[in-house]
Design a protein around this ligand. Sequence first.
Ligand SMILES: C[S@@+](CC[C@H](N)C(=O)[O-])C[C@H]1O[C@@H](n2cnc3c(N)ncnc32)[C@H](O)[C@@H]1O
Length: 213
Amino acid sequence: MDKRDRLDTYLELLQPELPDWLYKIEEDALSNDVPIIRKPTQHFFRMYLSMMKPREILEIGTAVGFSSLFMMDNSCVDSRIDTIENYPPRIEKAKENISSSSYRDRINLIEGDAMEILPTLRKKYDLIFMDASKGQYIHMLPIIKNLMHEGSVLISDNILQEGDIIESTFAIKRRNRTIHKRMREFLEVISSDSDFVVNTMAIGDGITVAVRK
Ligand SMILES: C[S@@+](CC[C@H](N)C(=O)[O-])C[C@H]1O[C@@H](n2cnc3c(N)ncnc32)[C@H](O)[C@@H]1O
């Protein structure tokens, strides 16, 4: 274990544990290879939610509902979340997890492709969490911008792509090159957009936090 891993382990020990019911959902997701927010990202969200108290939340990429449930468990009582998922087996599992929780009335699972659903949404959200296909972030960005008001925050996950983001295209496996190119493009576009204040942080697999001016 290198020093960075040891530091992460040490810092992890200082964080509160998940409640049992949420821990079980996390374990079940991980043992079935469902990608969910990592521990450092969970800790960031816990802090962010407690500081900013967003009421209207949108999530793109529900998977089995872990992050939606985690967010509700760390949010104020009048917050609610719309969350979009397009993969049927995960939708079924998410429904099961959400309906057996006490947050079922505050989580609205929207089934379908986010690229089709996003343009139909009419609300402005306080927080948008983008955690779907990495190659689509660049295409979703202009639509998402319309769903934000001044002070809204967009958090995008898996930005660093396990470190590959800094590699040249030629060092990336051929099958991952398109995603790599689009993620670079997303980072450049959002970081230079004067409508946003942006910071990308090496938390988990990297998150970009963009505040709408
Ligand atoms: C990383 S997982 C989400 C994990 C979840 N946010 C969590 O932390 O518990 C990404 C999910 O986005 C879904 N997804 C990818 N592209 C999508 C799209 N265009 N529309 C809706 N869902 C999408 C995938 O099926 C997958 O379940």
